[in-house]
Ligand binder design. Structure first.
Ligand SMILES: NC(=O)c1ccc[n+]([C@@H]2O[C@H](COP(=O)([O-])OP(=O)(O)OC[C@H]3O[C@@H](n4cnc5c(N)ncnc54)[C@H](OP(=O)(O)O)[C@@H]3O)[C@@H](O)[C@H]2O)c1
Length: 283
C-alpha cells in the first residue's frame, strides 16, 4: 500500500496536460482525488476512468479566478472527504507577446490565473492543513520563473511572482508542519503551447515592429519543443515531493530544465542577455 493511499489531494488544472497526468499517477498510488478545472466534460471522463466506483475521485468544475467557485470547491471537498492533505496548484496558461503590446487586461488576466488564484486557493486550504498539523502545497511554477525571456515576459513574470510567494509561504507554514514546494518544469508536451499561441493571437492583434522577431522566436520554440518532456515526467516529481519525508524546496524537471537553471546560475547577466536576445533569421 502506498503512503499516499487515502490521502485527500486537490489538483487544479486537472482537465489536461500535467494536471491530468498527475491525477492518473496519484490515482494509481491510491490517493483520494478532487479534480478541478473549467472543462466539466473532460473532468467527468477522467474521474470516471480513474475510479468507476466514484468513491475516491471527485470532479468539481470551477474557474480558479472566481472566488465563489473556489469557496465551493473547498467546501464540497471538506463535506465529502472531511479533510484535505495536499493542494496542487497547477492551473495556468501563458500570455505571450511583446510587453509593449500586451493589453493590460490580458496581463491582469494572466496574473489572476497564475498568481492570484494560487494565493487565494492556498489561503482557503492553509487553515485546514495548519489545524491538522500536516499537509503540503505544491505549486507548479516553471523554469520561466527563474529565466525571463523576451516576448514571453508577462507569463515569465507570473512564474517569477509565484517563486516569491512559494518561498515566503514555505517559511510561514513550516512551524505548523505544512510543507510548500515549487516544481519547475521545462518544456513539456501538453496543450500549453497551442493555448498560448491562440491566446496571443486573440489578445495582441498586430505584432507591429516585433513581427519578424516573434516569427523567429516561434520557430526557435518549435525546435526547442523537440526536447520536451512528458506530463508524466512532471507527475512523477509531484508524487516524489508528496512522498518525501522532507521534500526539497524546488524540483526542476526534465533534465534540460536542470541544465537551463544551472546555466542561469553560472552565466554572467551580459552573457545570458546575449543568449536570450531578440533575433531575426538571416537569408
Ligand atoms: N507545458 C509546459 O511546457 C509547461 C512548462 C512549465 C510550466 N508549465 C505549467 O504547468 C501548468 C499546467 O500546464 P500544462 O502544460 O499542463 O497546460 P495545459 O494542458 O494547457 O493545462 C492547463 C490547465 O489549466 C487549467 N486552467 C486554465 N485556466 C483556468 C482557470 N481560469 N480556472 C481553472 N482552470 C484553469 C486548464 O483547464 P480548463 O481549460 O479546463 O479550465 C488546464 O487543465 C501551468 O501552470 C503551466 O504554466 C507548463
Amino acid at each position: 500500500m502506498s503512503a499516499l493511499s487515502g490521502k485527500v489531494i486537490m489538483i487544479t488544472g486537472a482537465s489536461s496536460g500535467i494536471g491530468e497526468a498527475t491525477a492518473r499517477r496519484l490515482a494509481q498510488a491510491g490517493a483520494t482525488l478532487v479534480l478541478t478545472a473549467r472543462r466539466a466534460d473532460r473532468l467527468e471522463a477522467l474521474a470516471r476512468e480513474l475510479d468507476p466506483s466514484r468513491e475516491r475521485v471527485m470532479q468539481v468544475p470551477a474557474d480558479v479566478t472566481v472566488a465563489a467557485e473556489r469557496e465551493a470547491l473547498v467546501a464540497i471537498t471538506l463535506k465529502r472527504f472531511g479533510r484535505i492533505d495536499a493542494l496542487i496548484n497547477n492551473a495556468g496558461y501563458g500570455q505571450r507577446g511583446p510587453l509593449e503590446l500586451v493589453p493590460m487586461d490580458a496581463l491582469r488576466r494572466n496574473y489572476e490565473v497564475n498568481v492570484f488564484a494560487v494565493v487565494a486557493l492556498s489561503q482557503k486550504v492553509a487553515p485546514h492543513l495548519r489545524a491538522q498539523g500536516h499537509g503540503r502545497i505544491i505549486n507548479i511554477g516553471s523554469v520561466a520563473g527563474r529565466i525571463a525571456r523576451p516576448l514571453t515576459a508577462v507569463y515569465d513574470s507570473t512564474k517569477h511572482a509565484l517563486e516569491g510567494i512559494t518561498d515566503g509561504l514555505r517559511a510561514e507554514l513550516a512551524p505548523f508542519g505544512v510543507q510548500v514546494v515549487m516544481i519547475r518544469p521545462g518544456f513539456i508536451s501538453t496543450e500549453f503551447a497551442d493555448a498560448a499561441q491562440a491566446n496571443a493571437a486573440e489578445t495582441v492583434a498586430d505584432f507591429g515592429p516585433y513581427a519578424p522577431y516573434v516569427e523567429n522566436a516561434q520557430n526557435d520554440q518549435t525546435k526547442l519543443r523537440s526536447w520536451a518532456g512528458t506530463p508524466d515526467n512532471v507527475a512523477r516529481v509531484v508524487e516524489k515531493a508528496l512522498l518525501a519525508r522532507r521534500p526539497g524546496a524546488h524540483y526542476a524537471v526534465p533534465m534540460h530544465a536542470r541544465l537551463f537553471l544551472f546555466a542561469r546560475w553560472l552565466l554572467p547577466r551580459r552573457v545570458l542577455d546575449f543568449v536570450l536576445r531578440l533575433k531575426v533569421r538571416k537569408g
